[in-house]
Design a protein. Structure first.
Length: 158
């Protein structure tokens, strides 16, 4: 089991590096949009990066759920269920990944992604996109702390 957990941690670290790349791109787009709030291309580009950010976090959560066989039974609530699953620790199986504060921001980002995916008939509001981006950037440090605690918990169980 020790080897499998180390492999999982290596996969999670690789996914975290992918998430950091998205953050880097996201951070470069906020100020230009603040300077040009009427720029639909910048608004859509930043929104797309936020969409990708949540998707990348969700990919990390899937790695954990699959490893510990934490299947989500209700497919209609899969994204919400997966996120909630990361908030809870499972005694004797795995620690929780997310703190309450990280969970709240990620849940809001999940909702944003849903709106972005289904926003066919209306334009995105630049101000709302910027606010979501700023919240997401605040998430980075909090999640990193959560992630380190999670990995420490996994390694201590070896």
């Amino acid at each position: 089991m020790e080897e499998k957990i180390k492999i999982l941690i290596a996969e999670l670290d690789a996914q975290w590096r992918e998430i950091l790349k998205i953050y880097s791109s996201l951070e470069k787009k906020i100020d230009p949009l603040k300077s040009d709030m009427d720029n639909d291309d910048l608004t859509n580009s930043l929104a797309y990066k936020l969409h990708n950010l949540f998707s990348a976090y969700e990919d990390m959560f899937k790695l954990i759920a699959r490893f510990f066989e934490n299947q989500i039974e209700d497919i209609t609530k899969y994204h919400t269920g997966l996120l909630k699953r990361m908030l809870i620790g499972i005694e004797g199986v795995r620690p929780n990944l997310l703190s309450e504060s990280s969970y709240r921001i990620l849940d809001e980002l999940r909702g944003f992604r849903h709106v972005f995916r289904h926003a066919y008939s209306y334009e995105l509001d630049a101000e709302r996109v910027i606010k979501m981006a700023e919240k997401s950037i605040k998430l980075k440090d909090g999640f990193l702390k959560d992630f380190k605690t999670f990995k420490t918990g996994l390694l201590s169980s070896l």
